[in-house]
Ligand binder design. Structure first.
Ligand SMILES: [Mn+2]
Length: 376
């Protein structure tokens, strides 16, 4: 039995202001090609199919296309809802779609009912469990992700005890020891976010979602990660899906997804970034630039985009750090006029004081405000 384990598609998500739908559509093409080329029997999507509870219509259209094309390949598809999905909306029509081989598991009540593949392998989809919601429904003694998943896995094992095939679990959770990036939404509200890996004992393969970097928690407990980078913190991650062979042993192989454009973080003085030979390799990257000039250069974004057209984010961290001032805010503005406070602000954000023309402009602006106030 051959599975393709993916998660965290986040359809409809953008990367800074960059629309990712085209890249997501290319991932779907790649996924369908992989299913065909590798003779995959079942595709697993371990949550966060969409980026939002109310996804944009073109993301819904792409999801529809992906599921339809996978169904046309006669592959079984098992999808669970993640913390970004609306379980109710994602679960709409799931009873009808089962017949087409597309199994959406968004209802905690069905965690103990597997999708049974052709050779008897039982695949259990555990949707993201909102701790407070299942706590009352399942009458759990404690709140939290560990209590919720422990009960879900108890139900899985109870069903598994009645079968003799192999077993797979899909879950959307933060397993202790996993490494997070900047693009997962925190799930620690209402208690500890992470669950111990031991919760998932007793099954042949655990296909995890939630963390966006691929990782191996054990030989048979893995995160596939997201198919695309959704934050600059993922610049060094390799994106794709696990191809899992469930035989007498479990074998895994990573299938890399197409990279629409590499992402990178660079840091330096503006003039060096614009002329330095060593930066040439970043000219076609999505970039997050941190300028270290002693004062903020004028028109930095426009100038950077002259060489690096895909600069998406700009930060300013002058070398040696800004001049330290550890007085409290109230103390710093005491006895200073509004105009002086504005000058302080310019110096603070740019690292250099307002010049003559800027000072005059600020002065005029405050005078105009004062006149308007007086004329009321
Ligand atoms: Mn996610």
């Amino acid at each position: 039995m051959r599975l393709l384990h993916t998660s965290d598609w986040h359809l409809g998500r953008s990367f800074h202001r960059e629309d990712m739908l085209g890249a997501q559509a290319r991932f779907v093409d790649h996924l369908v090609e992989t299913v065909r080329a590798e003779s995959v029997d079942a595709v697993l999507v371990s949550g966060d199919l969409y980026d939002r509870a109310l996804p944009p219509v073109d993301a819904v259209a792409l999801c529809d296309e992906a599921l339809r094309r996978l169904a046309a390949e006669k592959v079984q598809v098992i999808v669970i809802s993640g913390n970004h999905d609306s379980a109710q909306r994602l679960g709409f029509g799931s009873g009808l779609m089962d017949a087409a081989g597309v199994h959406v598991r968004a209802d905690p009540a069905s965690v103990g009912t597997p999708v049974v593949l052709g050779d008897g392998t039982a695949v259990y989809g555990i949707p993201y469990l909102e701790p407070e919601v299942v706590r009352s429904g399942w009458e759990l003694p404690e709140r939290g992700h560990t209590a919720a998943l422990t009960e879900a896995m108890r139900r899985v094992r109870a069903d598994l005890a009645t079968r003799d095939g192999r077993s797979v679990v899909l879950a959307h959770a933060f397993v202790t020891g996993g490494e997070a990036s900047d693009s997962e939404r925190d799930i620690s509200v209402g208690g500890v976010a992470s669950v111990p890996m031991s919760v998932f004992g007793g099954v042949d393969y655990v296909a995890l979602g939630h963390l966006h970097g691929r990782q191996r928690m054990s030989e048979t407990v893995r995160y596939s990660g997201s198919p695309l980078a959704y934050s600059f913190s993922e610049e060094h991650q390799v994106k794709g899906a696990w191809l899992v062979d469930l035989g007498s042993t479990v074998r895994t192989e990573f299938v890399e997804a197409p990279v629409p454009r590499r992402a990178a973080r660079v840091s330096g003085r503006l003039d060096d970034l614009l002329t330095g030979e060593k930066w040439a390799r970043y000219e076609d990257h999505w970039l997050q630039v941190t300028l270290t000039d002693p004062s903020r250069p004028a028109g930095a974004m426009e100038r950077l985009r002259g060489r690096f057209p895909h600069t998406l984010a700009l930060a300013f961290e002058p070398e040696g750090g800004p001049a330290g001032d550890d007085r409290g805010w109230a103390e710093r503005i005491r006895d200073r006029s509004e105009l002086e406070i504005a000058y302080d602000f310019v110096r603070e954000v740019r690292g250099a004081p307002a010049d003559q023309a800027e000072s005059e402009l600020l002065h005029e602006a405050f005078e105009a405000c004062r006149r308007a106030e007086a004329a009321r």
